[in-house]
Design a protein around this ligand. Structure first.
Ligand code: BG6
Length: 478
């Protein structure tokens, strides 16, 4: 279904995100007919270039990051005609009246802040000064949203001066991932799981977001953030919320976000021994975190594992183990809901210990797997074995249907549609920082640097111990 006509301004229009995700994503939506011929995209950045040069930039971006789609040159040419560019100074006056002149009065106007967070306040200010905080205006704010509770509050206050909460779209691209949305479909669209979704039946839940890549060219930013701020405060906590929340009465923005907020507020403070941080170390010059970021003394964590508990009726007694890191063995992200053992085994000790595990795989291959226990085939008596009732979406739906839109594509279209369900509300972000801040403070106060782990491993040993101590273990990063 095509969305209404819109003017989308990308501040940071020549930046990395615009190049890798926003422009190629918009082109895919254009090809799919969702972005119409009456939509316009305006790149805005400091570089001095004209519309044609920006179209060249966008063409290259699409060719590099969506090479298959880029072969459709007919569509690509018409898409590029809908692009424009303005040289702008976020902190000065240059470019603003030109930009205002480019925008149409009656269409939806979306302003995407794909710039350094230090510019968010300036941009909001300038938009206001030029009358661009009108009712049909909305802003899209990238993460990181602040670096702690205090800065997040200040940022919320600044943008709230000019924009209503309904006009603010705080992006967490994990919420745009197809499987993450499927998590809600599975929980609330089936009768099978919800009755078992509590501490009576669930032994524990594991959330892993493992990356094989290192910090790459983002060393400067990353070294000031670390895994806790870069991944845990947002992506992983959002996954935790969706897994743990009560069923909202409706699939509408505030109903969903109210429930997520309740989860965050019910999280217990994390004990020091339940928070493990690590930093990767390779051999030789390459593969070491400190070399990569060019900071020999860095104590920034590239890995974090937490044991979290939620004090409410549903989850008291069920721990949530969360971990994420860079330069791990493999890129693998999944949520595993590990159910309790059957209350009594009628098959005797030889049958072994078996339990059901529901795994929601986010990447690389999206799908859902339910581990069930069956009889081992053959004449060997009643021996049990665990097998997956496996369903990758590509198999179940066919490759066409499983060609999911990228998270950014979905989210940008939601901005135009005015649907905030998959965006973070201000109070949610603040509550997440309120839970994360004390953990970071503990680390900052301690004189112990992060533990090291070998590049290509599955993280520091202490992260394994976090579960071993409880008589449990992480699922392997495969
Ligand atoms: C970003 C982080 O938000 O998410 C990156 O800043 C991280 O450090 C990325 O690599 C992971 O996203 P995805 O979609 O590749 O899992």
């Amino acid at each position: 279904i095509p969305v209404d006509p819109f003017d989308l301004v990308i501040f940071g229009g020549t930046g990395d995100l615009a190049q890798r995700k926003i422009l190629p994503g918009l082109f895919r939506r254009f090809r799919a007919g969702q972005m119409g011929g009456d939509a316009r995209v305006i790149g805005a950045a400091r570089s001095d270039m004209d519309a044609d040069a920006y179209r060249d930039f966008a063409r290259k971006a699409v060719m590099e990051f969506e090479p298959e789609a880029a072969k459709d040159t007919e569509h690509l040419d018409s898409f590029l005609q809908q692009l424009d560019y303005v040289t702008i100074d976020a902190r000065g006056n240059a470019g603003w009246s030109e930009l205002t002149g480019m925008l149409r009065d009656d269409e939806i106007r979306a302003f995407y802040f794909s710039v350094a967070p230090s510019l968010f306040g300036d941009l909001a200010d300038r938009l206001h000064k030029h009358g661009l905080d009108c009712p049909n205006c909305r802003i899209v704010v990238e993460k990181p949203f602040g670096r702690d509770l205090q800065t997040a509050k200040a940022l919320n206050a600044t943008i709230a001066e000019y924009f209503d909460e309904q006009q603010i779209y705080r992006i967490d691209h994990y919420l745009g991932k197809e499987t993450v949305q499927n998590l809600m479909a599975i929980r609330f669209g089936n009768t099978l799981f919800e009755p078992l979704w509590n501490s009576q039946y669930v032994d524990h839940i594991q959330i892993t977001v493992a990356e094989e890549v290192g910090v790459g060219g983002r060393g400067d930013y990353y070294d000031r953030s670390g895994a806790m701020r870069d991944m845990m405060q947002n992506h992983i906590m959002q996954l935790l919320c969706l897994i743990a929340m009560e069923p909202p009465a409706k699939f509408d923005p505030d109903a969903v976000r109210d429930e997520k907020l309740k989860v965050i507020r019910a999280l217990d403070p994390v004990a020091p021994e339940d928070a493990v941080r690590g930093q990767y170390e390779g051999t030789g010059q390459s593969g070491s975190y400190r070399n990569e970021v060019g900071n020999r003394d860095s104590t920034t964590e590239s890995f974090v594992a937490l044991r979290a508990t939620i004090s409410n009726w549903r989850w008291a007694g069920t721990p949530f183990y969360l971990r994420t890191g860079k330069r791990l063995r493999e890129r693998a992200s999944e949520i595993a809901v590990v159910f309790k053992d059957a209350p009594h085994s009628i098959f005797g000790a030889d049958a072994g210990r078996h339990r059901n595990i529901l795994t929601i795989k986010l990447q690389p291959n999206e799908g859902i797997e339910l581990g069930v226990t069956i009889k081992e085939p053959g004449p060997g008596g009643m021996r049990l074995v665990d097998v997956p009732l496996d369903m990758t979406f590509a198999e179940a739906l066919g490759p066409e249907e499983a060609d999911f839109p990228d998270a950014y594509e979905r989210l940008i279209m939601d901005v135009i549609r005015g649907n905030q369900t998959l965006f973070m509300r201000g109070d949610e972000v603040e509550a997440a920082w309120a839970w994360i801040d004390p953990i970071i403070a503990l680390w900052e106060e301690s004189d112990r640097p992060p533990l090291t782990y070998a590049t290509g491993s599955s993280g520091p040993d202490d992260a394994l111990m976090l579960m071993h101590r409880d008589g449990r273990r992480w699922r392997e990063i495969r």
